[in-house]
Design a protein around this ligand. Structure first.
Ligand code: ZN
Length: 241
């Protein structure tokens, strides 16, 4: 069985459409979304509506909860906060209600996967998983062989061997029975690994692939300029930072 896991769209409709097209071209129908539909980008309503239509499972991220009034402003840096205030103002009531109702973590025992926006350990405190040590602290907090996360916007795969040793894989992995995995899909709408292309994960049988998709970055940047979003958020998109 094949499925796609996408995360951190951040109101970047151009990037979302390019990724959904890529998923459809692969003949994949099942899509899980790990949260942060909004924040930073110019099209929060369009993104929430399309995600709700296309994804089988949806989580919320810290920006979604921030827009919905569930998280205090202290959780956000000044750029993120400025974008968030704008986001809350333009989002429809229905879309705010929809993201507010989403969970931040979900275990799909039958599918052998756990999904979390940030980390399986204290998922509502929005920890980042960047290192093998971070990953190690999280393997004890979910039961399934695979756990998908987003939040850092950096695609990474941590593989924990039966021996306890943790290996870092980039780009792809082949699931070995007995081993366990934490997979960060990277970000659709605001990649931060110095590759400006949208990032998501495809799982086909035992194979896990991080897929990169080019999209019309300039179109998103023009929309951001039109809506008056902060310059730093506009330039970082083309740098992938
Ligand atoms: Zn995010």
């Amino acid at each position: 069985m094949a499925y796609a896991v996408i995360s951190d769209v951040h109101a970047n409709f151009e990037a979302l459409r390019a990724v959904l097209r890529d998923i459809r071209d692969r003949g994949i129908r099942d899509i899980c979304f790990l949260g942060d539909a909004v924040g930073y980008g110019p099209d929060p309503n369009e993104c929430v509506e399309l995600l709700r239509k296309e994804c089988k499972i949806l989580l919320a991220g810290n920006h979604d909860y921030g827009a919905a009034g569930l998280l205090s402003a202290d959780f956000f840096n000044p750029y993120a906060l400025e974008a968030l205030i704008w986001t809350t103002r333009v989002m429809s009531r229905e879309n705010l209600r929809a993201v507010k109702a989403l969970p931040v973590m979900l275990e799909l025992g039958a599918e052998n996967i756990t999904l979390a926006h940030s980390s399986p350990f204290e998922p509502d405190l929005w920890h980042y998983i960047f290192s093998a040590a971070d990953a190690d602290a999280n393997f004890g907090h979910f039961k399934t062989p695979l756990c998908f996360v987003g939040h850092s916007h950096v695609p990474l795969i941590f593989e924990k061997h039966v021996s306890g040793e943790i290996a870092l894989r980039r780009g792809k992995a082949v699931v070995q029975s007995g081993n366990r995995y934490i997979i960060n899909t990277g970000s659709v709408g605001q990649p931060r690994d110095r590759d400006a292309r949208a990032s998501y994960a495809v799982i086909e049988g035992e194979r896990i692939d991080i897929v990169r998709v080019s999209y019309d970055i300039k179109a998103t940047q023009r929309r951001m300029t039109d809506t008056g979003l902060p310059d730093f958020l506009i330039t970082r998109l083309s740098l992938g930072i």
